[in-house]
Design a protein. Sequence first.
Length: 175
Amino acid sequence: MKKRNGRWLLAIPTAVLVFLTLFLPGSGGSQVGRKEYVCPPCGCSRDNEVFDKSGTCPACGMSLIEKASLAAPQTRPRVFAAVFERGPSWISGKPSFDQPYVHEHIEYLGTLGQKLIAAAPFSQRQNDPTVGLILLFAESEKEAMDWINRDPTITSGVMTARLYGWGIDSLKGCF
């Protein structure tokens, strides 16, 4: 009888020790109800870092989201640069903002949402056909080209565009 009671008495502290090791904060074990936060995949240097409280990413400034809310591993979007040039329907002698479909072009860019990083015209030079540049996130070159090809200035022939993949690791301050 004494051995059985001795084993039973030893099992209780062992179970308590295992429980405390697994569930106390800072113990290295999983914690019930503990939330983890991450930067939404944006291409910044801290995309894979886990934070213990909500806030903003110190690298890009985006709001952190709960790690559990990420449904599946996401591929990192790529950055593309689209260089817009005067097309066959460009009206010579007319400033960029007075060209047909330019206002619709600007509205269309607004529909790209967070996929659009930046868009701006270049200063116009006499014999330079280059009009402007758009930087955008896309999962593939095909997706980026599809967006460019739906632009009203492209479909109307007022402008043409050349698309380039841009191998950049981060875009600090763009968000």
